[in-house]
Design a protein around this ligand. Structure first.
Ligand code: APR
Length: 249
């Protein structure tokens, strides 16, 4: 088949899908200027120690260092804008209410700022915070009343605030994961965009879709660890491919 035929076939699958799920990773936000995690040279994990910063033991060992790193990433997210890939998914959802559900591993808010409403967050939200420990006092710690600091702490019991993201070694929010698995198990097509497929259980969603009989389309600039689950792979940048793939026929 000519390369163009692959593209036309992919468009047909997406336009025919009555139930479409988009599983997104850091690659969809890369063209907005938010660093990915595992891209060589530019990925965060090539510059920082993931376990020291994105884990509970790492945070407890050096809370200030970890807090500052998340504050820097949060400021980076707030300086960026959704790109054409985020906007293409939001426009598709607006044209076809109820047909598209986004399941994202990303902790930025670019899908939401692009206008997407049906977004399941598997790994949390870098723009939100929560208490590190259960509060021993009643009424419990009040995040609004946290004393200044890096990280801010509860003036009454000393509890620390932490980013509301899923750290390595932590379980995913059960309700979001269950909803994601249910959506993937009944979709006609899963559009996987910009993920290395290296972190479970999110990575397992592609195989779940395939075993349930869905078409699995992978959009990525490079090979991923879940390419074997694809019914079709579209090699390229998300901000270029998604608008063309999802454009109205
Ligand atoms: N268009 C499409 N794909 C891209 C683009 C782009 N412009 N830029 C990068 N990519 C692809 C890379 O080829 C890679 O496969 O995006 C993927 C990014 O992979 P990772 O950096 O591993 O990000 P992700 O898959 O989202 O990581 C999953 O790991 O560190 C944890 O919690 C973190 O949610 C994250 C999870």
């Amino acid at each position: 088949m000519e390369p163009g035929d692959d593209f036309v076939a992919a468009r047909r699958v997406l336009q025919a899908a009555r139930s479409l799920v988009a599983l997104t990773g850091a690659g969809i936000s890369a063209e907005s200027g938010i660093p990915t995690f595992r891209d060589a040279q530019t990925g965060l994990w090539s510059q920082f120690d993931a376990m020291a910063l994105a884990s509970e033991p790492g945070f407890r060992a050096r809370p200030e260092r970890a807090w500052d790193w998340y504050a820097e990433r949060r400021a980076g997210v707030q300086r960026t804008e959704p790109n054409a890939a985020h906007r293409a998914l939001a426009a598709f959802e607006q044209r076809h209410p109820g047909r598209l559900r986004i399941v994202t591993q990303n902790v930025d808010d670019l899908h939401q700022r692009a206008g997407s409403r049906d977004v399941l967050r598997l790994h949390g939200d870098i723009l939100r915070v929560r208490w590190l420990d259960p509060c021993p006092l009643q009424p419990a710690c009040d995040t609004d009343a946290a004393a200044a600091g890096r990280p801010p702490r509860c003036a009454r019991c000393g509890n620390l605030l932490r980013p509301d993201v899923v750290w390595f070694g932590e379980v995913l929010p059960a309700a979001a994961l269950a909803a994601a698995e249910a959506a993937v198990a009944r979709c006609d097509a899963l559009l996987v965009v910009g993920t290395s497929g290296s972190v479970w259980p999110a990575a397992g969603l592609a195989g779940l879709a395939r075993r349930a009989g869905a078409q699995v389309l992978i959009v990525n600039r490079a090979a991923s660890e879940i390419d074997s689950e694809a019914t079709q792979i579209l090699r390229g940048a998300a901000a270029a491919l998604l608008p063309a793939l999802l454009a109205p026929i």
